[in-house]
Design a protein around this ligand. Structure first.
Ligand code: 13P
Length: 210
């Protein structure tokens, strides 16, 4: 997919996430890896009203080269994409249920959402580390984000929200949606003694679908 197509898809998927309530106000940011750098949502922009020509472009060394000023969370996306060379995109949201779990889970916890359904396991994986709270845009979070990303496709920033990576932008958005659904189910079923997938069932899903 060329850069023009990536820009168009980022605008389309941002609007879709916003329209369905995965992002409100100017919350959330998205980064896409390009052959010569990165595309990033501009700071203080609504995911619902992105403009292809105004997206922030960064070069391969993460210097801002064109478009509006990039998200204050650029270091977060950089840490994930550097730790996961196979990842092509990162989506950070403040989606309600995943953020609720980020407020309930202990920082350092590794699996705050149980493996209730196959698609959560297939899209997000076995691990979902909880990174200790930092103020949004605080680059001091970078080492903890990097460490979390080395062993997991997604993480929760404590009292802040989810960060999800995948091979493509469409896959990262789909994974962020599955994470939000899994968080919603986990909250609905808290204390209800729901059956969860067994370790062998989780192994089978990961062996079959990666
Ligand atoms: P930006 O507007 O700088 O992207 O920040 C929004 C956000 O979600 C902070 O976590």
């Amino acid at each position: 997919m060329d850069e023009a197509a990536q820009r168009a898809l980022l605008v389309e998927l941002g609007a879709s996430l916003f329209a369905r309530g995965y992002s409100v106000g100017s919350a959330g940011n998205i980064c896409v890896r390009l052959p010569d750098g990165f595309l990033m949502t501009p700071t203080n922009s609504s995911l619902g009203r992105l403009e292809a020509a105004r997206l922030s472009k960064l070069d391969a060394a993460w210097n801002h080269v064109s478009g509006d000023r990039p998200s204050k969370e650029v270091f977060l996306h950089r840490a994930v994409l550097e730790a996961r060379p196979e990842a092509g995109a990162v989506v950070h949201l403040h989606s309600t249920c995943a953020t609720a779990i980020s407020c309930l889970a202990a920082p350092g916890e590794d699996a705050p959402i149980p493996p209730l359904t196959p698609y959560f396991v297939m899209r997000v994986g076995r691990r979902l580390p909880v990174v200790p709270y930092h103020r949004p845009g605080d680059a001091a979070m970078e080492p903890a984000v990097r460490a979390a990303a080395l062993g997991a496709r997604a993480m929760l920033l404590a009292n802040h929200g989810p960060v999800v990576s995948a091979a493509t932008l469409a896959d990262a958005v789909a994974a962020a949606e599955e994470l939000e659904e899994a968080a919603k189910l986990a909250l609905m079923l808290r204390g209800a003694g729901a059956r969860v997938l067994s370790p062998a069932q989780v192994d089978d899903l990961l062996a079959t679908f990666g």
